[in-house]
Design a binder for this molecule. Structure first.
Ligand SMILES: [Ca+2]
Ligand SMILES: [Ca+2]
Length: 438
């Protein structure tokens, strides 16, 4: 499995061949020039290695001498493995051994208080206990994802899991047969404003993703149940935490898409920002490199009278976030007459052409919700503003004055003034795209 002719296909097959961990293979490539190749196809980038090339490289490799002599000693074993793998490949070709008889996890369903993993035909393969939070999810695919990370024909499963006895939410990687490869809960190392944030996080999103070097990683989004903070983290396939991004407010949604059509997906997330007095925000992170704390890092002038309250969201030693972009919907400008009590932005849709971000505003005291969809180009220009039915109901006057067909541009202009983009040092107005412009 994972072998085809003279090639080793997939990082796990290469790691197995070299008797190394997957992480070490990537490290050896980076540090010692281990010869790996990559191909792009419909399934994304695949890592390949030519066996002959690896063998030759091992013979020449004299980086770490003790390791090297060990490797030389094991070359006889490796040669034997090459013959054995060749034999297995031949048997596969001749149809003596048949793959695919073991079911591959592809779907998920809820039964009673259990999450049931099934194959393509809907037949149950294995199951685990569900949290009430998981059961309440309308779309289980946001907390369970399937991907064949080692190219052996069977999907591994990344999932949000729950330890009832400890009341802990976790992200777990399962092998195709249901074996738990690892379990991680939100690290207690994460602290905010001098307070260590412990186990009060729930996993709200779990997704396989791919870095530009072809490495498969697992992204998860967590929300703090009391302090309303959001965290987006990345684990490698061995369960090591490689990136974490702390957001100063709820992160209500996260989507992966290739915004700039360069073949690599980005993370688009949206929610609210507590230091911006609950304004709606959205941001873009690179899967390869994201870390730190979301902007801003001080109380903005328009909220100075709320300093006593907002100061709770300023860190003593801020670790400014590494993000591709970060936008806010400035509450005071968008519709001063509305005075919403709660605002949240959600990613509705994102692809390489545009991002649709819905800004929903609740006036809880009046039991009203107003939502307006903003369409941005992938480069962050505001392309269009689409009032939703709730906007038409609550704001007839607003739409009568601006809603005539030829004046949607005026709404766009009005809403456009409320969208600001983080420059690294402060906020700058978002650019409004003209008709037919990106
Ligand atoms: Ca697999
Ligand atoms: Ca991209």
């Amino acid at each position: 499995m994972g072998t085809e002719g003279e090639y080793l296909i997939g990082i796990k097959a290469i790691a197995q061949y070299l008797d190394l961990s997957v992480r070490s293979v990537y490290r050896w490539e980076k540090e010692y020039g281990l010869p790996l190749h990559r191909t792009s196809g419909a399934k994304g980038t695949r890592v390949l290695a030519l066996k002959e090339e690896l063998d030759q490289w091992l013979v020449n490799f004299d980086g770490a001498s003790s390791r090297n002599s060990l490797l030389k000693n094991t070359l006889w074993i490796l040669s034997f493995m090459v013959i054995l793998i060749g034999l297995i490949a031949a048997l596969l070709l001749l149809g003596v051994i048949k793959l695919g008889q073991e079911p591959s996890p592809t779907h998920v369903k809820i039964r009673d208080n259990l999450i049931v993993i099934t194959d393509e035909q809907g037949d149950e393969i294995w199951l685990f206990a569900a949290s009430s939070y998981s059961i309440a999810q309308k779309n289980l695919t946001s907390i369970i994802d399937f991907r064949d990370i080692d190219d052996d024909g069977f999907n591994e499963v990344a999932a949000a899991t729950y330890d009832i006895s400890r009341d802990q939410f976790r992200v777990t990687l399962f092998d195709n047969d249901g074996t738990r490869l690892w379990d991680r809960r939100m690290s207690s190392e994460i602290s905010f404003n001098g307070i260590k944030l412990r186990s009060f996080f729930l996993t709200a999103h779990v997704k396989f993703a791919q870095r530009s070097n072809g490495e498969t990683v697992i992204l998860s989004r967590w929300n703090h149940r009391e302090r309303f903070l959001g965290v987006i983290v990345c684990h490698d396939i061995e369960g090591e935490l490689t990136n974490s991004y702390l957001h100063k407010g709820n992160v209500s949604s996260m989507k992966l898409c290739d915004l700039d059509a360069d073949g690599e997906e980005e993370i688009v997330f949206a929610g609210t920002n507590n230091l911006l007095n609950g304004e709606g925000v959205f941001g873009i992170l690179s899967i390869d490199d994201f870390n730190g704390i979301s902007p801003p890092y001080k109380v903005e002038p328009e909220y100075e009278d709320l300093s006593n309250k907002l100061i709770n969201y300023i860190e003593d030693k801020p670790d400014p976030g590494i993000q591709k972009a970060y936008f806010r919907f400035k509450k005071l400008i968008i519709m001063p007459e509305l005075m919403p009590e709660y605002i949240v932005a959600r990613v509705i849709y994102a692809d390489s052409a545009s991002m649709h971000i819905r800004l929903a505003q609740w006036r809880i005291s009046k039991n009203e919700t107003l939502a307006i969809d903003h369409v941005f180009s992938s480069s962050g220009h505001l392309k269009a503003v689409l009032p939703t039915p709730s906007a038409e109901k609550i704001l007839p006057g607003f739409l009568n004055s601006y809603g005539a067909e030829n004046s949607l541009d005026e709404i766009k202009e009005l809403c456009g003034r409320s969208v600001l983009r983080w420059s690294g040092a402060g906020w700058e107005p978002v650019q409004i795209a003209m008709e037919g412009e990106e």
